[in-house]
Design a binder for this molecule. Sequence first.
Ligand code: ADP
Ligand code: MG
Length: 257
Amino acid sequence: MVEAFAVASGKGGTGKTTSTLALGLALAEDYDVTVVDADTGMANLLFHAGLADVDVTLHDLLLADTDAAVADAVYDRHGMRVVPCGTSLSDFRAANPDRLRDVVAELAADTDVLLLDSPATLASRDAVLPVVLADRTVLVVEPTIPAISDALKVQEYAASYGTDVAGVLFNRVTDGDAVDRVAAKADQYFEGPTLAAVPEDDAARAARRAGEPLLAHAPDSDAAAAYREAADALDVHASDADAVADRFRSAVVPDQP
Ligand code: ADP
Ligand code: MG
């Protein structure tokens, strides 16, 4: 069984990578979890996961003339399989984003939960690919009106590709009252539930500096507790791994949603 989630937002810097690793660690208590840095242009998962020095990354798998095997870019960390992506601009230019479909298909064959740390979906045509491939999308949203408006556009894209919204993860929440008001509005417009409201928390920045996922670095922090709540609310569905892999291999990104 496998379910693939895109962890996405309209713009960058909303906490997608922090959230991907936090959900991954929480879900790894019950499932075999594989986390992929599919944000190939602005990759930063390697820094969050202590993988900045590894040799082979997703970039190597996306080159046309690669002799790297998918397994070469998979690292066992914190009870998960982690596929980081490199940060070189020339590798990004040389990489063929379409090959991500085959890489993800191969990874899907051997895991329960696949989390795709996704690019800012509204940034470019290729950026939407993880949302196209995923079964469901987790929207990481700062609790502001512009961020919600961006996330609604991502939801619209996702729907046009047949991808459901797993829920909304409010991140960097500073004022509990404000998020209650925003969440009430969000429930009207988003097709999925509010999964959690993750507070602005120094522990998240400290974890990033330490090169460790938040749930490993500060498991007792308020932010970590909120992510565990979000992971519980996800309610993972089981799909047939072969059917999912076939779907990934044949996915086409249309020009317009
Ligand atoms: P993205 O992947 O969407 O670009 P990141 O997960 O890398 O975003 O987060 C961007 C920055 O914000 C990082 O420095 C991260 O440590 C910080 N950050 C993310 N979530 C929180 C939070 N809840 N509280 C404080 N800082 C956060
Ligand atoms: Mg990121």
